[in-house]
Write a protein that binds this ligand. Structure first.
Ligand code: ZN
Length: 306
């Protein structure tokens, strides 16, 4: 199999991970996790979301986090927004990259946003225009891109349709998200090969949850299809709204470890990533599903047995 020599691992823990936690971290704790993730090698980090504080109380202080965190050169600090109001807040907090999400599944989109996926993308046109006029980069995310809790497998045509709508409003970077952990490696390979062929000018990111243990296998399938950008979350936080108690995102330390074992560069210092993961577990006050935090690295056991 052919794999990329190097992949970009985008740290989504401060947003996708922490928004699912019962405990709301303090601003200094969030700032520490962001700064230490960047020191560990993160070149792209999702620092939070600018949504209504009542909708996601865990993210209510993203403005303050963005203002207080030290910023390193060459690092993309992105945030999730839902509408123009959120985009303006992000801009005011000095964020230059915003991401917005649309569900590929009709039932999921209707139940969450009360609109069709096509309408949801069209409603972001004002954001896209605002972003273009203010030098803010935009990224789109297609959620439930592989499987939907209401509809089951989401047909590729449906996903392609949402991608085409995103293209129409000027978005050139898209992440395909397996929000519910229903994607499998064969499907990931098929979908990513086809979307890359159909939309060759797009930058692709894959976002997997390990809900059913297929997360890292899906990354390998994506890499075999030539995708070199992956979201991951420190300590593997981040549940699934449709499966309470379910495993979260693939863990940054697990993905980094796997890549390094495969000879694929990530730019991360694995020991520093592991240290961040341990701090995350302390902050949230519970164990998380991270294989490396439990078992240690392959090289640890070799050293221990010498
Ligand atoms: Zn997610």
């Amino acid at each position: 199999m052919n794999f990329p020599d190097r992949v970009v691992i985008c740290e989504v823990g401060p947003r996708d991970g922490l928004q699912n936690e019962k405990v709301v971290l303090t601003v200094p704790q969030k700032v520490e996790l962001i700064e230490r993730s960047v020191e560990a090698g993160a070149k792209v980090i999702e620092i939070g979301s600018f949504v209504h504080p009542k909708a996601v109380p865990q993210m209510a202080d993203t403005d303050e986090v963005a203002r207080l965190m030290k910023r390193a050169d060459g690092v993309e600090y992105r945030a999730l927004v839902m509408n123009l109001r959120g985009l303006e807040r992000a801009e005011a907090a000095g964020i230059r990259k915003a991401k917005f999400t649309v569900s590929a599944s009709l039932s999921h989109s209707l139940s969450n946003h009360n609109k069709t996926p096509e309408q949801a993308v069209r409603d972001f046109a004002d954001c896209a225009e605002y972003a273009a006029g203010h030098g803010i980069e935009l990224s789109g995310a297609v959620s439930t891109a592989f499987g939907c809790p209401f509809e089951g497998r989401v047909p590729l045509d449906q996903v392609m349709n949402v991608i085409a709508r995103f293209r129409e409003i000027g978005v050139r970077e898209l992440s395909l998200s397996d929000t519910t952990g229903m994607a499998n490696p064969a499907q990931v390979f098929e979908y990513t090969v086809k979307v890359r062929k159909e939309f060759p000018d797009m930058t692709w990111v894959l976002h997997f949850h390990n809900t059913r243990g297929m997360g890292l296998a899906n990354v390998v399938a994506g890499m075999a299809a030539g995708i070199d950008r992956y979201d991951a979350c420190f300590a593997g936080l981040g549940g699934c709204p449709f499966a309470p108690g379910a495993t979260g995102n693939i863990a940054t330390e697990d993905l980094t470890h796997m890549c390094h074992e495969m000879g694929i560069r990530t730019g991360y210092d694995l020991d520093a990533v592991i240290a961040v993961g341990r701090t995350v577990q302390q902050f949230v006050g519970h164990d998380t599903v991270s294989f490396i935090l439990k078992a240690g690295k392959c090289t640890d056991i070799i050293a221990a047995n010498k």
